[in-house]
Design a protein around this ligand. Sequence first.
Ligand SMILES: C[S@@+](CC[C@H](N)C(=O)[O-])C[C@H]1O[C@@H](n2cnc3c(N)ncnc32)[C@H](O)[C@@H]1O
Length: 253
Amino acid sequence: MTWNPATYLAFADERTRPAAELLARVPNIAPGRVVDLGCGPGNSTELLCARWPDAKIEGLDSSPDMLVKARASGVAADWIEADVATWQAAAPYDVIFSNATFQWLGGHPELLPRLAGYVKSGGTFAFQVPHNMDAPSHVLMRETASNGPWAQRLADVREVSVLPPEAYYDILKPHAAAVDIWETEYLHVLSGEDAVYHWVSGTGLRPFVQALDAGERDAFVAAYKARLNAAYPRRADGATLFPFKRLFVIARR
Ligand SMILES: C[S@@+](CC[C@H](N)C(=O)[O-])C[C@H]1O[C@@H](n2cnc3c(N)ncnc32)[C@H](O)[C@@H]1O
């Protein structure tokens, strides 16, 4: 599954804001080693470098395309190509940070304690994941996928995986001195035609369209856009309002 950094960064402001709000709740320590898991084009890593200019900061991602963009960003981090699912830390970190990435990985009950174990005592494990699988944008994606000639081909497309907030408490509390969890629902104000489609085409829609050939893809996208535009009508000023819930978790070791 490939990523397109330009499509992703079309909403850079909206996508980076939760990283800033997550970081604001990380205790004010002077970390030596910090890693940004799923750093993407480096937008979240840039926040870490700005807050901790003296720390050794790494940005890790499995997408070569995202890392090309990150390396060109000028952000003073070391960039690492690796899969979080199999990555092993060579040495412990003061802060492990991750914005909008863990939803792409399954097995959170095993993954998160393993990652938390790479954080030093007194350090912080902080992550944010979208929590909007019941929003019309995702419901209609699944509905379009299962209603059309492509239904068979899309039957095995894996959904992103996010657990209820309480599950993250139960998973992380045995490994943490304190766990801080909250949700925020943003009301993004998007502009232009097919605005919600453009948003999801940079993230959640990719596994669906990448499983189709060109002809089917066009028909699938047209059917999905029609549903989206009915669910998210444009306002009097032409804007489209896109409610978007996100889940934030901070575990202090
Ligand atoms: C939605 S972007 C988030 C980018 C950035 N952290 C931000 O705050 O906007 C998700 C990133 O996670 C990366 N990713 C997804 N699965 C991954 C995995 N198993 N290992 C490493 N990176 C992964 C993707 O390549 C992508 O760059």
